[in-house]
Design a protein around this ligand. Structure first.
Ligand code: FAD
Length: 392
């Protein structure tokens, strides 16, 4: 490892790898570090993402696709359900990935573009001089090191410390954290081309259960609930209950716990010599918890702004604030809308959810967007208008 780079990216998830790849492709000297010994493992994700979004960043490779999803079904607490086709289901379905392979493929792309990749290498602090971020302190395979860079990219996920070290307020309120548990299950009866979602305050307070197929009889079965709805019963306990009821014969191959920001993006994503991407910048979708696409998009935007800033010889907060503006222009509207939708949905009683699901009986969802769906819900349930009016 050298002691000087143009860019150091902390964290080799989708957001970090895309930022590193973008900067390296433009000829910058890039170091991408990952604290784990294997990129992409362990997976903390249900691995669902949209095809169109993915295609913007990487050529599809069957090696990292487990299932192609054609539709989604949303169950309300009484078992009524709404079926959505692929288009209406939005950007969270399309493919169920094998992220162990996918994340590695993205990092490999960054390496191919010229980035140096180091695993088992953890950032433990920042070098800050005259209020400007100038590099990182870290541990590389157990040994302390320091490396300088013109710009540091914090791509260190939900557990991000990089932003905090730089003085950015990254605190998440309990009501804005979706805490999750997930099993990779086999030997279960599922619809292999459909993602299922189960709503209900009894099964997942302030969240939902998901079943994302990974094969004919295999799926990620998981649950997210809002931190503010925690009453002593953990997500994994809710998940065990769901699985015992619905898949008593199923076998659990992997258990995952994790969290995802449901807050909308940070007010400030950059400062002198530093930008935050992906979950570190809270760009994940507040209502679905999906962060793969948004993470990659923020990584790409960051890469482009970094190239421009370094070429101009100006890595000041003022110059890098273009990154904040560009991310806002690209993702801000949907994050704001979905944050408001989340705030409305978490207040809904089971009875309201049942009513909404029943009212959608017979609706043709062909080519209907999520905002279109919300409009239909409102027209059939005028009583909900006050709660959801902010969405428009
Ligand atoms: C249970 C669960 C299910 C989910 N399901 C979906 C889904 O179906 N679809 C979807 O789109 N999103 C889903 N998400 C969200 C998605 O996983 C994240 O939004 C996405 O991984 C964010 O990418 P990222 O690159 O920002 O961060 P991450 O993928 O978290 O990568 C951050 C990386 O940084 C590394 N790191 C952290 N600190 C340091 C350090 N100090 N030094 C070096 N390396 C460091 C970490 O080890 C990690 O590899 C889910 C999340 C959870 C928890």
């Amino acid at each position: 490892m050298k002691s000087n780079y143009d860019v150091i990216v902390v964290g080799a998830g989708p957001a970090g790898s895309i930022a590193a790849r973008t900067a390296a492709r433009a000829g910058l000297d890039v170091l991408l570090i990952e604290k784990r010994q294997e990129i992409g493992d362990p997976v903390r994700c249900a691995e669902g993402t949209g095809k169109e979004g993915l295609a913007k960043f990487i050529e599809t490779d069957p090696a990292w696709i487990c299932a192609e999803v054609k539709s989604a079904r949303i169950y309300s607490p009484d078992g009524s359900f709404v079926d959505l086709n692929e288009e209406a289901a939005g950007k969270e379905v399309g493919y169920v990935l094998e992220r162990k392979i996918f994340d590695r493929a993205l990092a490999k792309d960054a390496a191919k573009a010229g980035a140096e990749v180091q695993v088992k290498t953890q950032a433990t602090g920042l070098i800050i001089e005259n209020g400007k971020v100038c590099g990182i302190k870290g541990k590389h395979r157990g040994d302390d090191f320091e490396a300088r860079a013109k710009i540091v990219v914090g791509a260190d996920g939900i557990e991000s410390k990089v932003g905090r070290w730089a003085g950015i307020n990254t605190a998440l309120k309990l009501k804005d954290i979706e805490t999750c548990a997930e099993f990779l299950m086999t030997d279960i009866d599922i619809e292999p081309t459909r993602c299922d979602f189960f709503m209900g305050n009894e099964i997942a307070p302030g969240g939902y259960v998901w079943i994302f197929p990974k094969g004919k009889r295999e799926a990620n079965v998981g649950l997210g609930m809002l931190g503010s709805r925690f009453t002593g019963k953990h997500p994994i306990e809710y998940l065990h209950e769901f699985v015992e009821k619905n898949f008593p014969e199923g076998k659990i191959l992997e258990t995952i716990v994790g969290a995802v920001p449901a807050s909308g993006m940070l007010k400030k994503l950059s400062t002198d010599g530093l930008v935050l991407v992906g979950d570190a910048g809270h760009v994940s979708d507040p209502i679905t918890g999906g962060g793969i696409y948004n993470g990659m998009m923020s990584g790409k935007i960051a890469g482009d702004v970094i190239v421009e800033a370094i070429k101009a010889g100006d890595v000041s907060a003022a110059k890098l604030s273009k990154y904040d503006r560009d991310v806002k222009a690209e993702l801000g509207k949907s994050l704001e809308r979905n944050y408001m939708a989340k705030e409305a949905v978490i207040k809904a009683s089971d009875e309201t959810m049942n009513k909404v699901a029943r009212s959608l009986n017979g609706v043709d969802f062909e080519n209907m967007s999520v905002p279109g769906l919300i409009k239909v819900i409102l027209s059939r349930n005028p009583g909900l208008f006050v709660e959801l009016a902010g969405l428009f």
